[in-house]
Design a protein around this ligand. Structure first.
Ligand code: ADP
Ligand code: CDP
Length: 223
């Protein structure tokens, strides 16, 4: 029977890396919904759409020529003919993505597309691990397994600093802090974010290794 695993969590909780590994292990597809919001932000900037113009951003979401792969071994994102896989990770996108993600018309459109991808995966690879901010609550509340990954602010900052600069010392932590915490704050203005509702398993990853988190999810998935 098909399986959807919905994973939510704040930045640095481990949802992308863990979800990809779990998908690989179970032979499921992988859907990075954050990449879809990032791709829209990239396209708006590319097209000169003013991010404070809500109607224009909503129209861009409706028109977005997005292709996203669901292969956990080869994640790539394309907008029209342009491969934006790397470009959407740049700081200029990370710093502005919340502006498009807090637009409710944008959310309705991208959620609609996410549900189509999840349904398509259930019919082909047998299911999908889908991760983001609202999978457990809004996009896939009927998922067979729903997980909220949490981690202390300290752990999340240390992970991002290590990822960006190769080390988590005072200087790299300070450089990372603003980017992460400001986005947390901006994202939290959309109220359904990151609350564990009934039936959602919360895993605090602060003191766990990556491998331990993957093992915990696999155990939950295998029941
Ligand atoms: P998110 O998608 O939630 O922002 P990522 O999966 O990108 O988080 O993880 C952020 C960074 O932390 C990555 O470099 C990842 O390898 C690392 N990481 C993930 N889980 C853990 C863990 N349990 N312990 C330590 N580092 C981790
Ligand atoms: O990996 P990280 O958590 O840092 O970010 P991401 O998953 O790539 O998501 C980027 C941004 O997209 C988030 O900061 C949110 O603004 C938005 N997002 C969202 O609103 N809903 C989702 N389901 C996923 C991402």
């Amino acid at each position: 029977t098909p399986m959807t695993i919905a994973v939510d969590g704040p930045s640095g909780s481990g949802k992308s890396s863990v979800s990809r590994a779990v998908a690989r292990e179970l032979g499921l597809g992988y859907l990075d919904t954050g990449a879809m919001y990032r791709a829209l932000a990239w396209w708006c900037l590319d097209q000169g759409v003013d991010l404070s113009d809500e109607a224009a951003v909503a129209q861009a979401a409706a028109d977005l020529p997005l292709t996203i792969s669901t292969d956990p071994d080869a994640p790539h994102v394309r907008v029209g003919d342009v491969d934006v896989t790397d470009a959407i990770r740049e700081d200029r996108i990370t710093g502005q993505v919340s502006a498009v993600a807090t637009n409710l018309d944008v959310r309705a459109e991208l959620r609609r597309r996410q549900r189509l991808i999840i349904e398509e995966q259930r019919g082909t690879t047998g299911g999908v691990v889908a991760e983001g901010r609202d999978l457990t609550t809004v996009v896939a509340p009927d998922a067979e397994l729903r997980v909220l990954l949490t981690a202390s602010e300290e752990a999340r900052l240390a992970r991002r600093a290590t990822e960006r600069h190769g080390a988590a010392d005072a200087v790299t932590l300070a450089a990372t802090r603003d980017l992460v915490l400001r986005r947390d704050r901006e994202d939290s203005t959309v109220s359904t974010f990151l609350e564990a509702t009934d039936g959602v398993v919360t895993v605090d990853t602060s003191a766990l290794t990556f491998e331990e988190v993957v093992a915990a999810l696999l155990a939950l998935a295998r029941g």
